[in-house]
Design a protein around this ligand. Structure first.
Ligand code: FAD
Length: 382
């Protein structure tokens, strides 16, 4: 049986960033991914993810400072641009609690932002056909992470520093073995000093075997690309990433729709947040739902009429959510050699580069300087 210092389970953004950090720190790392890297069944593939400071909880805003820095370091190390700043706009009714809370937590953290009243919003972003009462919160540093390119870059860097990245190897069982772990896979059994589980929507089964029964929900979400009728209005220098808080907030959903300017070869991308069907982790269906596409189309027709051209493409991706929508970044309560990093409740990508540092810290020394107290396993009573 081969022995490794560290094994990382999963080659999504969290596992790739962790393997990269551990390898960069000189550790011997094996990353195991059950499918081909970049596959379409997980959470980290695709055209783009939003990066932004704007969060309701001040703690996330604070972590985003470190996350922006971690992406900048990765960019410098790889000589590749990953963060594309285009500005970000939160829009909604001025009384919307989420909008108010984002404004308050940006200000509490000293992040420059602008509160746009209805007139200023209409003048600055005439692409939106907003109701009279709507206002905006603009933050200039928000932008786009090209998701698949980010994962590929992190893995190239992990390999450059010596990590062994193996595709199409599924971890079937993890057992504590003294101070280390024994990891049974579809190919062979490995021994390691430490293991980091960043298995996204598949984490639940692996963790259940380790005595952790977590209340995780997996949903299949969908994004839709449109060819705008007036593409010049949706270029990244004129149109920001946006999050639109709707009336449904009172019915329990945090925000409604979000979208991107034209970026790369695609049209504009728009999606509904937390609107997907609950699925089982082993569900291999990745086909978009026509009804979900129509809901997004109706939103675009109503709110962004100049963008409501042909639907170019729709694709799916998974959220794995905790009941409180916060992350899990912690050591196993009984076996400290087992570290859990995920799931990220549909908003984790922007933290990916930082999560790599945090999980590498936990794996190496059981602690980190970053403020991860809200992300414990203990909060689930395990
Ligand atoms: C439609 C959509 C839009 C999103 N938008 C944003 C956004 O704008 N901004 C943002 O910050 N976040 C966003 N997110 C969330 C973000 O993408 C996720 O939080 C993040 O990608 C989670 O990454 P992960 O590495 O934890 O999971 P995954 O990407 O799913 O990676 C887990 C990997 O582990 C592998 N694996 C699982 N079990 C095993 C096993 N037993 N053996 C070997 N390998 C295994 C899986 O195959 C998978 O590749 C979005 C997500 C979706 C789906």
């Amino acid at each position: 049986m081969t022995h490794w210092d560290y094994i990382v389970v999963g080659g999504g953004v969290m596992g790739s960033a962790t393997a990269y950090q551990l390898a960069r720190r000189g550790e011997r790392v094996l990353l195991l991914e059950q499918f081909a890297i970049g596959h379409m069944r997980g959470s980290s593939h695709g055209h783009s993810r939003i990066i932004r400071y704007s969060y309701e909880t001040p703690g996330y805003v604070q972590l985003m400072r470190a996350a922006y820095q971690a992406w900048a370091d990765a960019e410098q190390d790889a000589s590749t641009q990953l963060v594309h700043v285009v500005g970000g706009l939160d829009v909604g009714d001025p009384e919307t609690p989420s909008l108010q809370a984002c404004y308050a937590s940006l200000r509490a953290n000293g992040i420059a932002c602008e509160w746009l009243d209805q007139r200023a919003l209409a003048e600055r972003f005439p692409q939106f056909l907003l109701s009279e009462s709507m206002v905006g919160l603009y933050q200039a540093d928000a932008g786009i992470l090209p998701a698949s390119q980010c994962v590929a870059t992190l893995l190239v860097q992990a390999r450059r520093y010596g990590a062994d990245v193996r595709e199409n190897v599924a971890v079937q069982q993890i057992k504590a073995d003294g101070d280390g772990v024994a990891v049974q896979t579809t190919q062979e059994t490995y021994l390691a000093d430490r293991i980091v589980i960043t298995a996204g929507s598949w984490a639940q089964a692996l963790l259940r075997d380790l005595g952790l029964d977590l209340p995780l929900k997996v949903t299949r979400e969908q994004v839709v690309f449109f060819a705008p009728r007036r593409p010049e209005l949706f270029a990244p220098d004129r149109f920001p990433i946006f999050i639109s808080y709707g009336a449904t907030e009172r019915e329990g959903s945090v925000f409604n729709f979000y979208g991107f300017p034209i970026f790369g070869l695609a049209g504009i991308k728009v999606a509904q947040h937390h609107a997907g069907l609950v699925i089982q982790p082993d569900d291999d269906n990745t086909a978009p739902e026509p009804a979900a596409t129509r809901r997004v189309q109706a939103y675009v027709e109503q709110m962004l009429p100049d963008a409501a051209g042909e639907v170019l493409h729709a694709e799916t991706c998974r959220y794995t959510s905790t009941p409180d929508m916060d992350f899990i970044l912690d050591c196993h309560p009984v076996y400290p050699q087992i570290i859990v990093g995920s799931p990220c409740s549909g908003h984790g990508f922007k933290f990916g580069a930082l999560v790599g540092h945090i999980l590498a810290d936990l794996a190496q020394g059981g602690m980190t300087k970053h403020a991860i107290a809200p992300f414990t396993l203990r909060r689930f009573g395990v």
